[in-house]
Design a binder for this molecule. Sequence first.
Ligand SMILES: Cc1cc2nc3c(=O)[nH]c(=O)nc-3n(C[C@H](O)[C@H](O)[C@H](O)COP(=O)(O)OP(=O)(O)OC[C@H]3O[C@@H](n4cnc5c(N)ncnc54)[C@H](O)[C@@H]3O)c2cc1C
Length: 312
Amino acid sequence: MNTKRQNYLNSVLTGFKGVVLFNEPMSQHTSFKIGGPAEALVFPENEAELSEIIRLARTKRVPLLMLGEGTNLLVRDGGIRGIVVSLSSKLAGDGFRNIVQIKEDAGGVYIYAGAGVSLPILLNYTVQKGLSGLEFAAGIPGSLGGAVIMNAGSYGKEIRDLLDSVRIVDRGGDIVELPAKGISLRYRSTHIPGIAVVGAVLRLQRGETERIRATIKEHLLRKKETQPVARPNAGSIFKNPEGMTAWKLIDSVGMRGASIGKAIVSERHTNFIINNGGAKARDVLSLIRLIGSRVERETGVTLELEVRIVGA
Ligand SMILES: Cc1cc2nc3c(=O)[nH]c(=O)nc-3n(C[C@H](O)[C@H](O)[C@H](O)COP(=O)(O)OP(=O)(O)OC[C@H]3O[C@@H](n4cnc5c(N)ncnc54)[C@H](O)[C@@H]3O)c2cc1C
C-alpha cells in the first residue's frame, strides 16, 4: 500500500479511537498462517465505534470485511483491500467478548455472548454453569461471530439448533436484534441482512456437568484422531454434498497426500489442506482446483467450497 492510500484510509478513520494496524499480514490472523496484508486491520472499542466504521466505509466506498479468528479463511497472497474489522482480538473492546445469562424459563437458559467470544471459552462457560447444548462445538475453533455466519456444526448439530436471536449492525450502521426465525441459516452458511454480527443469544438446557464433560471429551478425542489439529489448516475445504462425504470423494480419486508447493492434502483427513511451512495461497488454490476438477471428472460430483476465499 502506498503512502497516499494509507493517508486516505487514515482520513477515513479520523476520530476512530481503537487500534489500527496498517499493512498487517493476514498470515498472522488466520489458522492457515497464509495471506497477504490487510490495508487496515481495525479493532473497535465498542459497538458505537463499529457502527461508525461501517457507516464510514459505506459512504467513502471503502470495502469492509469482518474477521473472526480466521479459522475458515484463505486470504489470497495479494492481501485485502480496504478495512478488515476484528472483534475477537484482545485489541478490540472487552464488550465484544462478554458472556451473560439473560433469563431462564421453561424453554431453557438464555445466554448472550459477544461475537468476539472464542467458541472454546463459551463452551467452557457452559460446562462451568452445567448447561447442555453446545457440546457439539468441542474442537471447533473460532469466534461466536464466525460460528453464526458459518452456521458451524459437527456430529449432526449446528449453531442454528441453539440460536435464539442475533444482534447485528445493518448496512446503515444501526444495531438491530433479529430473532433467529427471521434469518436464513443453512448448512455452513448464514445470511444476515447486515454487515456485522456483534453477539447472539443461545438457548441451552440445564444438564449434568459430568455428562456434558464426558461428551466433550469424547468429541475432542475423535477430532484429535481424525483431523490434523496440530498443523496449520482452515478446517474442511469443501462442504459435504447431500448424502455424501467430501473426504471420501477426495480419497476415492487418489488425492490423499497430494501436494502443490507447500500445500498438502492431509493424510489424516483428505478434506483438510495443510500448510506445510510457507505455503502460498496460490498453492492452496491450485490444489483446491485440482481436487475439484478430479472429483468432478471421476465421480460427476461438483464440490462446493466451505472455506471462504478473500482478498486479491
Ligand atoms: C482444525 C479446524 C477444525 C474445524 N472444525 C470445524 C467443524 O467441525 N465444524 C465447522 O463447522 N467448522 C469447523 N472449522 C471451521 C471454522 O472453525 C468455523 O467455520 C468457525 O466457525 C469460523 O469462525 P471464525 O471466527 O474463525 O471465522 P472466520 O474464519 O474469521 O470467518 C468466517 C466467515 O465469517 C465472517 N465473520 C466472522 N466474524 C464475523 C462477524 N462478527 N460478523 C460478520 N461476519 C463475520 C467472515 O467474514 C467469514 O466470511 C474448523 C477449522 C479448523 C481450523
